[in-house]
Design a protein around this ligand. Structure first.
Ligand code: SF4
Length: 385
């Protein structure tokens, strides 16, 4: 038996010894310190599903207003299923990870096609697009009292520290330990409260940086605290590689309007609007422009200015080269739509584009304030983030 396996088995025995104390302490703490959130005042599985999807990769304070707006616009799964995807994306604007919105819409349509009844167990929830094991366990335990433990980054951190996980959690052995520990410790009488308590503890006390061990109810039993290994746990065997990527766009302005195009591919911005992807590779090039549109819009009649914007995604570090061009005449391009600043909110846009356009004088295609744009590290060029 390898050292790590032996050590993990020891922690499994010790956590079984503490199961009842852990669960009671956690639920007592939650009763006093749990966050008062709107989705915790309901048992409606649709509302809880909505909250779980909105909160994936999103901070609670950021997701809260989206949750209220979504429920207001689409109070039932039927109304969500009938909605236009553009209306859903517009409400989603600013939240990022737009694939979630597409999946949610698709899942609502599936539910309605099958008669409108929502799933009753984690296995049934897992059949819906966009619902993974964490979301399925969260909805089924919170809304339907199903005894399923949740496992996400918060839970991995809390359990690894509190009970001293030895194997890195991104290895088969480490993952097995986490799943088994989560299952063994689950309070099956109150699975929904238990799961939410664990999430709150990870979000507010046992945080990634500077956990509040001095006020933690588990401090006297916590393996990481007692062994002075809080900063070391949870262990990870490899780090996520963030890949730099450069996207080049032509941002065309004419008479106080900007030209936008719906994006159709399957990337993270699928279904949103964007500027015209630059049809040639590399930097702004007057002769390349003239080859495409020079007969109607010779490059010497244009005003061109490059604005470079950086945008960080979890797996990508984007550099957006936005070539702002003011046209003297209209330019007709298939699929393009000319949009005024006032109408901008009718078109769902990726967040960096929206932020950029809010600073632009549409009549001149220039930023209203002077911004020093640092030249970020440019990655390989692509049109798909
Ligand atoms: Fe986390 Fe510190 Fe509490 Fe241990 S004592 S569970 S490390 S907050």
């Amino acid at each position: 038996m390898r050292h790590e396996e032996g050590a993990n088995q020891k922690t499994e025995w010790s956590l079984l010894k503490y199961k009842r104390l852990w669960s009671k302490s956690l639920l007592d703490w939650y009763a006093v310190h749990g966050r008062d959130l709107p989705w915790r005042r309901t048992r409606n599985p649709y509302a809880i599903w909505l909250s779980e999807v909105l909160l994936q990769q999103t901070r609670v304070d950021q997701g809260l207003s989206y949750y209220l707006r979504f429920l207001d616009h689409f109070p039932t799964v039927q109304e969500l299923a009938q909605a236009d995807i553009q209306d859903i994306l517009r409400l989603w604007q600013g939240l990022g990870y737009y694939r979630r919105a597409h999946h949610l819409h698709c899942a609502a349509k599936l539910v309605v096609e099958k008669g409108g009844g929502l799933p009753q167990s984690p296995a049934e929830w897992l059949q819906l697009p966009g619902v993974g094991p964490y979301t399925a366990a969260a909805i089924a335990s919170i809304a339907q009292d199903y005894p399923a433990p949740v496992v996400d980054g918060n839970v991995i951190r809390v359990l690894s520290r509190a009970f001293g996980a030895e194997a890195p959690y991104d290895t088969a052995e480490g993952l097995r330990w986490i799943r088994q520990t989560a299952q063994n410790l689950l309070d099956t009488d109150r699975p929904g409260d238990y799961n939410q308590a664990l999430m709150d503890m990870g979000a507010t006390v046992c945080t990634p940086q500077k956990p509040a061990c001095n006020i933690c109810f588990w401090q006297k039993k916590c393996v990481a605290f007692l062994q002075d290994r809080v900063g070391e746990l949870p262990k990870r065997s490899k780090s996520t590689k963030v890949v730099p990527l450069t996207l080049d766009y032509l941002v065309l302005f004419h008479r106080g309007r900007v030209l936008l195009f719906p994006r159709r591919d399957q990337g993270i911005w699928a279904g949103l609007y964007e500027f015209l992807p630059q049809p040639w590779a590399g930097a702004w090039d007057e002769s390349a422009w003239d080859q495409h549109w020079g007969s109607e819009h010779p490059s010497e009649t244009l005003s061109h200015r490059l604005v470079t914007v950086s945008h960080a995604l979890s797996h990508r570090s984007l550099t957006l080269n936005l070539n702002c061009i003011r046209l003297n005449r209209n330019l007709h391009l298939d699929g393009g739509v000319w949009v005024t600043l006032q109408d901008l909110e009718r078109y769902p846009l990726p967040q960096p584009f929206l932020q950029f356009l809010k600073q632009i004088d549409f009549n001149h295609g220039r930023t209203q304030q002077s911004h020093a744009h640092r030249q970020p590290r440019q990655g390989p060029r692509s049109q798909n983030p």
